[in-house]
Structures are given as C-alpha cells and as structure tokens.
Write a protein that binds this ligand. Structure first.
Ligand code: CA
Length: 339
C-alpha cells in the first residue's frame, strides 16, 4: 500500500484491509548514538468489520494533552469489532516522542506535529510521522478526528472544533458532525495560522475534519475525558459505524464561533498574569480581562489587558507567568450558523 513515488520510511505489520482488531506499532527508523539500528515503536490500532466508512482517530499530536489519548486507548480496549460496520484507524500518541516526554513538542527535533504537514519522508522524526499520516493513512480515511486539549499552557471549555469552510456541502457535513459530537461547546474557529496543520491537509482533500479542545493544564480532567469518550461514541453512531438500540440524544452543544484574530488576547508585556474571569464567564468589549504584574518595579501599576470583543471566556492561559506575545485568553461568541 506504500506510495511508490514517495515511499514512507515508516513500516508496520498492520493489514489495513483485514477484519478484526489489530494492535501493533509503526516502526520509525531512529538511528542514534545509543541505538545504532534502533527504531521508535509507535502504537497503532486498526479495528475493522465489513464495509463502511473509515475514521482516522488521533490524539497526542501535542505530547502534553491527555484526554484524547486516554479516551482512544479506552476505545481500543473496549470496542468489539463484531459491533462495528467500517474501519477505525487509531493513533493515540501521534507525536510519540513528545508524548513520552510529556512535552508539547518533540524532544528529538523540536517538531510541532500540527505545524509540519504534509511532512517529509527524509526529514526529522516529526516530519517522517506527518508524511506517513499524509501519504499512507489520509488516503484511506473518510473522516479525521484529531483530539487536542489545552496542554501545559492553556485551558478550554471542553469543545469540538471545526473551521469555516468554503465548500457548503463540506461545511454542512462537518457542522453536523460537530453537533453530533455533542460537547458542551461546538466551536467554529478562525485559526491565527493554519500553515502545516493536519486540519488543513484533510480539509483541502474535501474530507470531514473535526478537532477538539478538552480541558487543559496537562491534566486528565474527568469531565473533559467523559466528553471525549461520549463524543467518540456519538460520532461512531453518527457516521453509521455502530448501531445502537437507543437513538442518540438531541444535541445540546452550544454553537459558538471565533471569527477572527480580534477574539484572541495576547500578553503585551512579561510578568505575572492575574486573570479577572473564570472559563465560561461573560466579558464585554473594552473591559479588562486581567492584568500583568511587573515584580521588578513594585510601584508600577499592573498592565491591563483589554478584550476587543464581547462574548464568553472560552480559553485561558493556565500559568501565572507570561511572556509578551503569549495567548492569555480566547473569547467566543454565539454562532448564527444553522444546518
Ligand atoms: Ca493542541
């Protein structure tokens, strides 16, 4: 199944066309001082039964985001292939070296998995993994679900996320999936910078792509994990991979949007950030969302950070210490988008 013109250097003993549950590894060549002929063994699972759509489910794209990987591992263990109609390709720890280290970026090459697509077969480890996903797995997938959380620096209201899409059919199908996931918030997002994201790579192929932001602070938040597990189950039902005696509950997702960069709040100086609001609180354009203290000058007034848009506090920085340019808050407003 390799792409002969641009073959990946990553291999696996998984048979992507076989029914049943296969749990194995991607073998990523990684020759280094301590291991001449060594490899990284990155876990992968394929669960398949009969004909149906293929969902590619990924977590751990950033190595300090845990609800997605935990939910996917639980799905791998619990799902009986006999109850499935279609195929799941599951990579719970997509940036495996980063996940092992508990860091956002890979400790091997500094790679940010969600900024290197479409990857490079001859590049660094992070680029090689992205290239494998792009050339070997995306062609098999009809739908891609990439589970993110806030990681070490951010915390979110648990949410499923999509982007504004020009193709109306793709937009409607993605919006339907967003609502089916049924997270507390379903967010339509304008990214600050989409270069190299898996999201863009999938969307450009006309396929359905959803991501999530589940909790954060590099923890496993029980409520966020529950949203992830239930959301995955809802999507398997939505796309017809599992049948359930009970119909899915009507969506209670609050549909919201971040339409442009003016909904982001950046630190304008370095110091200690004092937030004035909790997640979910209502904020008003022009008001201060927090302030930054400079402890080298105790008489100096803290610097106020103003929000440019009204809405709710959807995302906040976790740590007190901030540097100029850090994202400290994202505001979301209710969306008028309808199916
Ligand atoms: Ca992330």
């Amino acid at each position: 199944m390799t792409n002969p013109a641009n073959p990946s250097r990553i291999s696996t003993d998984i048979d992507f066309n076989r029914d049943g549950k296969q749990v194995s590894n991607l073998i990523i060549p990684y020759s280094r001082n301590q291991s001449a002929w060594g490899s990284l063994l990155m876990p992968i699972a394929v669960i398949q039964q009969g004909k149906g759509p293929t969902l590619l489910l990924t977590g751990g794209s950033h190595g300090d985001e845990y609800e997605g990987p935990v939910a996917l591992a639980k799905l791998v263990r619990s799902l009986d292939p006999q109850t499935l109609q279609g195929r799941l390709i599951i990579l719970p720890t997509l940036n495996y070296p980063a996940f092992q280290a508990g860091t956002r970026l890979s400790p091997i090459d500094g790679g940010n998995m969600n900024r290197v697509f479409p990857g490079d077969r001859s590049g660094t480890i992070t680029q090689m993994i992205a290239h494998y996903v792009y050339t070997e797995l995306l062609p098999l997938a009809d739908v891609v679900i990439d589970l993110h959380s806030g990681g070490s620096s951010l915390e979110f209201i648990p949410s499923a996320i999509m982007h504004y899409l020009e193709d109306t059919t793709q937009m409607d199908q993605t919006l339907a999936a967003l609502q089916a996931f049924n997270a507390p918030v379903g967010l339509i997002l304008e990214e600050l910078d989409m270069a190299g994201m898996l999201d863009a790579a999938v969307e450009q192929q006309g396929k359905i792509f959803l991501s999530t932001e589940l909790g954060g602070g590099a923890t496993v938040a029980p409520q966020a994990l529950q949203v992830a597990e239930q959301g995955l189950h809802n999507l398997l039902q939505h796309f017809g991979l599992i049948q359930s005696a009970t119909k899915p509950a009507a969506t209670t997702t609050r549909l919201m949007e971040v339409p442009d960069g003016s909904y982001y709040v950046m630190a304008t100086s370095s110091g200690i950030y004092e937030p004035f609001y909790r997640l979910g609180d209502t904020v008003t354009a022009g008001s201060a969302i927090g302030q930054i203290h400079d402890f080298d000058d105790l008489l100096r007034q803290p610097e106020s950070l103003l929000v440019r848009q009204s809405g709710i506090l959807f995302c906040r920085r976790v740590q007190g210490q901030v540097e100029r340019g850090d994202c400290v808050a994202v505001i979301a407003r209710d969306s008028k988008e309808v199916l």
